[in-house]
Design a protein around this ligand. Structure first.
Ligand code: CA
Length: 226
């Protein structure tokens, strides 16, 4: 039994029940909220290890709930959506979602994504301090520093930065990044990597700090000094 607490925010009873049963069967503790405000209240009172959040909700929509959850902390957020176009994905990512699942989905796919997100955010038993130039990353606390400046990272931002920090000066192709950070094939839709690299650059390049994550056009990205 893993016992991690998962909050499911989904108004459609059939889907909520399907997800809840699957998660309980796998040993997770589950709270279900049928609207966004209830979900936020539960998250505040009983901080979950992961949130599964439907996009289309009555009242506060999933995007707004996502923003508020993100403003309150770095809990991994997986959005459920019937919308499958790039613009919506980017909106969700901008709001701080870590992953997506497009309806309809299988319970196996859901569980694989849940395990992947939880595994990647569970602090390792032997924390390391990864360093490159004036950037450091604590694998225990998942916090980064640029010099003395602390940088808060969401779950996926952390994973992406950790991948770069563990492979400095090596060009990482999109395929490798997808496989290592998202753990599955995005079906050729690679915009998500650009979005996350942009987030990392915003966070690691304040006050004219020199760029560390460079684009290798047509190939991928590399962590290196100018
Ligand atoms: Ca819904």
């Amino acid at each position: 039994m893993t016992g991690e607490r998962i909050l499911v925010i989904e108004d459609e009873a059939r889907i909520a029940q399907f997800v809840e049963r699957g998660l309980i069967y796998e040993g997770y503790r589950v709270n279900v909220a049928r609207d966004g405000q209830t979900g936020l209240n539960i998250a505040r009172d009983n901080p979950p290890d992961l949130v599964i959040l439907d996009w289309m909700l009555p009242g506060l929509d999933g995007l707004e709930v996502c923003k508020r959850l993100r403003a309150a902390g770095s809990v991994p957020i997986m959005m459920l959506t019937a919308k499958d176009d790039i613009k919506d994905r980017v909106l969700g990512l901008d709001a701080g979602a870590d992953d997506y699942l497009v309806k309809p989905f299988s319970i196996d796919e859901l569980m694989a994504r849940v395990r992947s997100l939880l595994r990647r955010v569970t602090p390792s038993s032997r924390p390391e301090m990864l360093r490159f130039a004036d950037l450091s990353l604590d694998t225990g606390t998942h916090r980064a520093h640029r010099g003395e400046r602390a940088i808060d990272l969401t779950a996926k931002e952390y994973e992406l930065l950790e991948l770069f920090m563990r492979n400095p000066r090596q060009v990482l192709t999109r395929d490798v990044i997808f496989d290592r950070v998202w753990g599955y094939d995005f079906g050729g839709e690679s915009n998500i990597i650009e979005v996350y690299v942009r987030y990392l650059r915003q966070k690691t390049e304040q006050d004219n700090e020199p760029r560390l994550i460079h684009t290798v056009r047509g190939v991928g990205y590399v962590l290196r000094e100018e």
